[in-house]
Design a binder for this molecule. Sequence first.
Ligand code: SF4
Length: 262
Amino acid sequence: MLKPLLARLKQGHRTITYPDGEPPAMPDRFRGRPVIDASKCVEGCRACIEACPTEALTAERLPQVDLGKCLFCADCSEACPQHAITHLQDYRLSTRTREDLFVGAQDELRLARALDAKLKRLFGRSLRLRQVSAGGCNACEADVNVLSTIGWDIGRFGIQMVASPRHADGILVTGCVSENMRLALEKTYEAVPAPKLVIVVGACAISGGPYAGHSQQHNGVEGLLPIDLYIPGCPPHPLTILDGLLRLLGRIEVDSVRIQSK
Ligand code: SF4
């Protein structure tokens, strides 16, 4: 009994200080926001588009990436003969609208803005969420669960995952919404008292991810429920999820980041 207590005392305070302090260093292998260097793109080249497994890249003249479909797999940057696409260590990816997730080489990524004043007053200091895994592989779910551990402690922002939708202010959805989970998702949403929020986490919940187009799923939550926050990734890093939630609650100032590297 004494040993674990001493070990715990030695560990000291381990919760990250973000957003008041610096964000934790991301692992070397972490692939965050993709950037496109337009000056390196060769007209007519479609190497990145053809390499992309989810059709996240499209191009008229210069490539545009749909962060809602992107798996952050880096197949595009490996396929590009000019090394025009790279992935930054930038974890900030969340937006309030689906349109904001389409980012071209010349565009800025419009990061999520806060809820309006009335909702911010209601949820800003206390937000209870019911998590719904609607056909996910459990990668997004695992990264959401991490936020309740000692290292992240989302409880300090008043955010808590709850067991019943009746006790929730909104739902947090992962997975492509399999046909088997559609009714459960809709019923869970209906059971949450209004006003309520819908937060979608991961490429599957936003667009169907690698399952898009399959007949037994619904290409994510879009079209089924009104969505308040989109958190891209496959899976999103816990810091990406935390950053998105805090932006929604107005705990982080609005800013935008350029997708182009120069
Ligand atoms: S990183 Fe995203 S855009 Fe690039 S190939 Fe993978 S899924 Fe497509």
